[in-house]
Design a protein around this ligand. Structure first.
Ligand code: IPD
Ligand code: CA
Length: 269
């Protein structure tokens, strides 16, 4: 076991997320950021500011901890030896950022020896910083947050998201057709990191999505778990690309079973 001070990691992640959030809020051009590349589809864009934010975060992390491993959405890839691995999403909700919608965040997580240990989601346009340390609870600023309890499936407000590839969206639409009639309503905010924080603080009862990568999910997953949520994939598998479901434990079961049968019945993405 690598002996690491998790408070030190949390402080560093918070500092990096704050600096990146400030950069993004203060320097986003009024006419909108420049799209510099596309990734999995023509609508999966990278702006100059995704890249600048990732660069600043990597410099901040490595400046204090030069022997850590880093994986970032926009290509950051550093192989370290310390047992600490950072997962960095420099803007989660890039399309919202592009359009000037206030639903995006900087997301930074640290794993120690492969286990999620620290998560920070800075929803900079709202001035909200969600943080969690393993076994230390989830916090919005100074306030401890908790998932909503005892919400039956039919009264659950469920956040979800859609990928960029057309085939994945067709699959997601089929799954949604089974979910929508069975829940209170659906929200599609545009940032899975923000969605997971919404579950953590009771602004949504649950979240599910297929397609997000580990840099999208990691920090929000720890925050939702530390807020009392159960976060897993299908049939006991870990959360991830195939499916991530987050909800208070008593809602998780019915939502999981609904999603499992909807996914089984839908065409493959
Ligand atoms: C996306 C957002 C969105 C989710 C997509 C993600 P990006 O991340 O989290 O909510 O539905 O699956 O790819 O591209 O804005 O960093
Ligand atoms: Ca992302």
């Amino acid at each position: 076991m690598t002996r690491i001070d998790l408070t030190e990691l949390l402080d560093l992640a918070t500092d990096a997320a704050r600096r990146a959030g400030d950069l993004l809020v203060e320097t986003r051009p009024e006419e909108g950021p420049t799209v510099t590349a596309t990734k999995s589809s023509p609508t999966d864009v990278v702006t100059a500011m995704d890249t600048a934010s990732e660069r600043l975060i990597v410099e901040t992390l490595l400046g204090s901890r030069p022997h850590d491993t880093i994986l970032g959405e926009e290509g950051a890839s550093e192989a370290g030896t310390s047992g600490v691995r950072w997962l960095v999403d420099p803007i989660d909700g890039t399309v919202n950022f592009l359009y000037g919608l206030p639903e995006w965040a900087v997301s930074i997580a640290a794993e120690v020896d492969g286990q999620l240990a620290v998560g920070v989601v800075n929803i900079a346009p709202r001035g909200e910083m969600f943080v969690a340390v393993r076994d230390g609870g989830a916090w919005l600023g100074e306030e401890r947050v908790h998932c909503n309890k005892d919400v039956p499936l039919e009264r659950a407000l469920v956040a979800t998201g859609f990928g960029y590839a057309s085939s994945r969206r067709a699959h997601q639409a089929e799954v949604l057709r089974s979910v929508l009639p069975r829940v209170r309503d659906i929200r599609r905010g545009g940032s899975c990191a923000v969605d997971l924080c919404s579950v953590a603080c009771g602004r949504a009862d649950a979240y599910y999505e297929s397609g997000p990568q580990e840099w999208d999910l990691a920090a929000g997953v720890l925050i939702a778990r530390e807020a009392g949520g159960r976060v897993q994939g299908l049939r006991g598998r870990p959360p991830g690309y195939e499916l991530t479901i987050a909800a208070a434990p008593e809602l998780f079961g019915p939502l999981h079973d609904l999603l499992a049968s909807a996914v089984d019945g839908a065409a493959r993405p």
